[in-house]
Design a protein around this ligand. Sequence first.
Ligand SMILES: *Cc1c(COP(=O)(O)O)cnc(C)c1O
Length: 217
Amino acid sequence: MSITTNILNLNKEIPADVVLIAVSKTKPVYALKEAFDTGQRHFGENKVQEMIDKQTQMSHEICWHMIGHVQRNKVKYMASFVHLIHGVDNLPLLMEINKQGHKNNRVIDCLLQIKIAQEETKFGLNAEAATDILESEAYMAMTNVRIVGLMGMASFTSNRAQIKQEFEFLKVTFDRCIGIDQNIKILSMGMSSDYDLAISCGSNMVRVGSKIFGERQ
Ligand SMILES: *Cc1c(COP(=O)(O)O)cnc(C)c1O
């Protein structure tokens, strides 16, 4: 199936109030352009340099999502244009994003990444640490970064019941954060294999790669 068909099918399936991010990491610019021509405007990349390379070659209408783990020293390269940084899981990184937002005279939107998977390798905060950041004096003083929601990745497993449990935990955490901070509105959860489950658990932003662009090498 073509990229165009895949996106049209996803748009039919996904509710209108859920944002579809086309995760285009490792894919060539011509593939992104085919997606763009169907009307797709949200793209996700997990490496800063790759995102910049593509951003310079494509329409300025695109909203670029950084969905990977971000190193502090890379923030400055994307600070002028990035639409949303999904993987924020520590206060020093948030401080650097604030600093670069200030330099670029803008407010940069971020999501706190919550660790919901069983695996040891996954990045992310626990729920407690996330609410601590939202309530911290340090964050309150930041003028050029805004936490607008949460992001999480479920375990790499075929056990749907486990994935559902992890998504439900993230939704509970999200609801708790909404009660703390009125800017919280985005819940980024769900990928190609589990976006349907994520949406049924309350996700309003899904990150879909292989189901649009095909398997990655
Ligand atoms: C690669 C990636 C995705 C998309 O994965 P698919 O299984 O190809 O849909 C989603 N979220 C993150 C954080 C990723 O790194």
